[in-house]
Ligand binder design. Structure first.
Ligand code: T1G
Length: 642
C-alpha cells in the first residue's frame, strides 16, 4: 500500500510509502484521495497528520510519468480535496519536500518540519513551472520576493529559512510525527492558503527588478521566464484563474524539447555509474592522502575534508607544504563563510600535512595531483607503492595521460585508478573515473561510492588521450581554429556559442584560463610524442608574443580596464595564417559556426562511444553538461542528434 491511514486518539496519521523518494505517482495520488474520503467520513477523527515513510517527504511529482499522458487523479485535484477538507491537515516534513511535494504540503492547513528538512520548487531545473499551485500558494505564505527567488531560481531553502518566512509553522524538536500529532490534538484551525494578496508599491518595484535580472540570467531557457509569468499571474489574478493558467503552462512545457532534454540529463546523471563492477564490495575509505598541494591538490584535499574524510597532504619541501596547507585553509574558510561548512575547527582537526611519505602508511586511498608529466607520475606511484598498505588504492588525477602506463610500474596494478577532478575541485560536480584494464572490481566499486561521498557526478571512462571530456573539447577547439582560417572571427565564434547557451565562447574561455597553460601543455605533449591539436598555429603565435589572455591584458582579445575588445593584432595573425594555408577570405555566417562546432563535438563523441571509452551516449552528455558548459537544457551533444 502506498498510502495508509492509522489513528492515534482523535488524530489520523496518513503515511505515504513510495520508495525511494515518495514521488507523487498515480498510486500515491489515488491513495491520498481515498485517505481524504476516509478521514472525512470518520466522526472519531478531528485532525489529520500527513507524513512519509523512508528518508524524505514527497520529493515531487513522479518525473518518470512525464513522458506519458497525465492520469487522474491529478495532483492539483488531490491538493484541492485536502484544502477543502472539514478537518485540518498538518504536513510533517522531513528530507526534501520538493516540487509537487511542497505543493502538497502547502495544500495542508499547517506544516511542521524537522530541522534538517529542505523545501523548494525546483521545477525550472526540469524545464517546467510548478504545476500544482506552487506559483499561487507560495507567495501567499512567504511573500512575493522569496517566492520569486525560490520558483525562478529552483533552489530549496532550509527549515529555519522556511520558519522565518512563514512557510512552516514550527520546527519539531524530537519525534516529528509525534510533535505533529500533539499539534493536531491541541487543536488547529482550518487556515485557508488562497487568501487575497496585497503587494506594496515598493515591494512591486523590487520584485520587478529581481524578476528582470533573473530573466536576463536565464537567457535561452524557456522555463524561467514562464515561471516568472506564472508567479506574476499568481500575484495579480484571482486564485482560481491563476491556478488554471499555471496548470496549462505546466502541461505545455512538459512535452517541450527543453523539458525532455533536462529530464534526460536528470536520469542520465543518476544512471552513470551503473557498471556491473560497482556491485563488488567497496573498500572502506576514511583516510585520504593527497600528493601535491597546488591548485588541484589543495582543492581535492579541501573537498575530501568538507565531505568528512581525514586528509594528509604531502609536498616535497616545507615551503611548498606551507603554501599547500594555506590554500586548503583558505578554501575551507571561504566555504565556511558561504555557509557550506558547519564546523571549521572539527574539519581542520582532520587535516595534517607532511613532507615525508611515511605519513601515508595508514591511508586508505591516495590521490596524486602532481605535474602532468608521465615520468613524474610514475615516480610518485613508485614511492606510494613502497609506503602505502597493499590494500590502499592509488589514484591519479591526470587529465589526459595513460593511466594504464602509470599503473604498470606497481607491484599490484589492480589497485590503481584515475580520478580526474575538474578545477575548482571542491565546486565542479563532474568526476571522470578512469578505468585501466588492470583495475580490480572492488576498486571500481570503491571509486563509485567515493564519488557519491564527495557529492560528485561520476562518469566512468576508458583510457585514451583526454578521456571523454578533454578529448571532445580538443576536437571542437581545433574546429574553432579552423573556423578562423575559414573566415570567422573570434568574436563571431564566441557570440555564436553564447547564443547557443554556453556560458562563454571557446576563445573567451582561453583568455580567462590563460593561453600559456594550454601552450605549455601542447609543448609537453609534443615532447612526449602525443598528438598536437591540429596544424593551426594561431594560438601558439599569440603566446610567442606574450598574449596570454586577461592576465596580460591581451590574448584573443585586447583588454582595456578588464573590457575585451576585438584585436587588430590578432586579426592580422589570423589573416597571415589563412594566407599561409592558401585559404581565400570567406564571409562567415554566424549560424554556420554552431553547425561546425556541434558537428565536431558529435563526431568525436561518436568515436569515443564507438571505441568504448564511454559506456553510453548519455554518459557523454553528462560529461559535457557538467564539465564543459554545454547548456543543460539542450541535453548534451549526443541528445541533440538522437
Ligand atoms: N520522480 C521520480 N524519481 C525520482 C524523483 C522524482 N521526482 N526524484 C528522485 N527520483 C529517483 C532518482 O531517479 C533515483 O532513482 C532515486 O530517486 C534517488 O534519487 C507537479 C511538476 C530528492 C534531493 O525535481 O532532487 O514535482 O537512480 O539519486 O541524491 O509542480 O532525487 O535510484 O533508480 O537523486 O538522495 C520536482 C528531484 C519534480 C526533485 C534526493 N522534484 N529529485 O537526492 O537521491 S517536478 C524534483 C532530487 C514536480 C510539480 C512538479 C533528488 C533528491 P534511481 P537521487 P539523492
Amino acid at each position: 500500500m502506498t498510502v495508509t491511514v492509522q489513528t492515534l486518539g482523535r488524530v489520523a496519521i496518513v503515511t505515504i510509502d513510495n520508495p525511494p523518494v515518495n514521488a507523487a505517482s498515480q498510486a500515491v495520488r489515488a491513495g491520498l484521495v481515498d485517505a481524504v474520503a476516509q478521514t472525512e467520513a470518520d466522526a472519531t477523527i478531528d485532525a489529520v497528520v500527513l507524513t512519509c515513510a523512508g528518508r524524505t517527504f514527497v520529493a515531487g511529482a513522479d518525473v518518470r510519468e512525464f513522458d506519458l499522458p497525465p492520469v487522474a487523479p491529478h495532483l492539483p485535484d488531490v491538493i484541492a480535496a485536502i484544502e477543502a477538507a472539514s478537518k485540518p491537515w498538518i504536513a510533517a516534513l522531513h528530507g526534501s519536500a520538493l516540487g509537487g511535494g511542497l505543493e502538497l504540503a502547502m495544500g495542508c492547513h499547517h506544516r511542521i518540519a524537522e530541522a534538517s528538512a529542505r523545501m523548494g520548487l525546483p521545477e525550472v531545473t526540469l524545464g517546467l513551472v510548478p504545476g500544482a499551485g506552487g506559483t499561487v500558494r507560495l507567495p501567499r505564505l512567504v511573500g512575493a520576493e522569496l517566492a520569486l527567488t525560490m520558483i525562478a531560481g529552483g533552489k530549496p531553502i532550509s527549515a529555519q529559512e522556511a520558519l522565518d518566512a512563514g512557510l512552516i509553522d514550527a520546527i519539531a524538536q524530537g519525534d516529528l510525527v509525534q510533535k505533529a500529532c500533539d499539534l493536531a490534538a491541541a487543536g488547529v484551525d482550518l487556515r485557508p492558503t488562497l487568501v487575497k494578496l496585497v503587494i506594496g508599491k515598493s515591494d512591486a518595484t523590487r520584485f520587478d527588478r529581481i524578476a528582470s535580472d533573473m530573466r536576463r540570467k536565464a537567457r535561452g531557457q524557456v522555463s524561467v521566464p514562464a515561471a516568472i509569468d506564472a508567479l506574476e499571474r499568481g500575484l495579480t489574478l484571482p486564485a482560481t484563474e491563476a491556478l488554471a493558467a499555471e496548470r496549462a503552462t505546466f502541461l505545455s512545457l512538459k512535452t517541450s524539447e527543453q523539458a525532455r532534454a533536462l529530464r534526460h540529463i536528470f536520469f542520465a546523471e543518476r544512471a552513470a555509474l551503473s557498471d556491473p563492477r560497482t556491485k563488488a564490495t567497496p573498500r572502506p575509505i576514511a583516510r585520504i592522502g593527497v600528493i601535491g598541494g597546488g591548485t588541484m591538490g589543495a582543492g581535492i584535499a579541501s573537498l575530501c575534508l568538507m565531505r568528512g574524510l581525514t586528509v594528509t597532504l604531502i609536498e616535497r619541501d616545507a615551503s611548498s607544504l606551507d603554501a599547500g596547507s594555506a590554500r586548503v585553509r583558505s578554501t575551507l574558510e571561504s566555504s565556511a563563510k558561504r555557509g557550506l561548512l558547519v564546523d571549521l575547527d572539527a574539519t581542520f582537526a582532520r587535516f595534517d600535512a607532511a613532507t615525508d611519505d611515511s605519513a601515508l602508511a595508514d591511508v586508505d586511498l591516495v590521490i596524486e595531483a602532481v605535474f602532468e608529466e608521465m615520468e613524474v607520475k610514475k615516480q610518485v606511484f613508485r614511492r606510494l607503492d613502497a609506503v602505502t598498505r597493499p590494500d590502499a588504492i592509488l589514484a591519479t588525477n591526470t587529465s589526459y595521460l595513460d593511466v594504464t602506463e602509470i599503473a604498470a610500474g606497481l607491484r599490484d596494478p589492480s589497485r590503481a585508478i584515475g580520478l580526474h577532478f575538474f578545477s575548482p575541485a571542491h565546486i565542479m560536480k563532474l568526476l571522470e573515473i578512469v578505468l585501466p584494464a588492470s583495475v580490480a572490481d572492488d576498486v571500481v566499486a570503491t571509486a563509485a561510492r567515493l564519488s557519491k561521498t564527495l557529492g560528485k557526478i561520476g562518469v566512468f571512462s576508458g583510457v585514451c588521450d583526454g578521456f571523454i571530456g578533454n578529448r571532445i573539447m580538443s576536437a571542437y577547439r581545433t574546429e574553432a581554429d579552423r573556423l578562423l582560417i575559414d573566415g570567422a572571427s573570434p568574436e563571431q565564434v564566441d557570440a555564436a556559442m553564447r547564443d547557443y547557451g554556453f556560458p562563454m565562447g571557446v576563445f573567451e574561455m582561453q583568455d580567462l584560463a590563460g593561453l600559456d597553460i594550454a601552450w605549455a601543455m601542447r609543448k609537453r605533449r609534443l615532447a612526449q610524442g602525443l598528438s598536437g591539436e591540429g596544424d593551426i598555429r594561431i594560438a601558439d603565435r599569440l603566446c610567442e608574443q606574450g598574449r596570454f589572455g586577461r592576465k596580460t591584458d591581451a590574448g584573443w582579445y585586447d583588454f582595456t580596464d578588464g573590457k575585451a575588445t576585438p584585436s587588430d593584432a590578432v586579426t592580422a595573425i589570423i589573416v597571415e595564417e589563412r594566407q599561409a594555408m592558401g585559404v581565400a577570405d570567406a564571409v562567415f555566417e554566424t549560424k554556420d559556426v554552431m553547425t561546425r562546432i556541434l558537428g565536431a563535438m558529435v563526431q568525436e563523441a561518436e568515436a569515443v562511444l564507438a571505441e568504448g571509452i564511454a559506456s553510453s551516449a548519455a554518459d557523454i552528455d553528462v560529461v559535457m553538461v557538467n564539465g564543459y558548459g554545454f547548456p543543460r537544457w539542450k541535453g548534451g551533444p549526443l541528445f541533440t542528434v538522437r
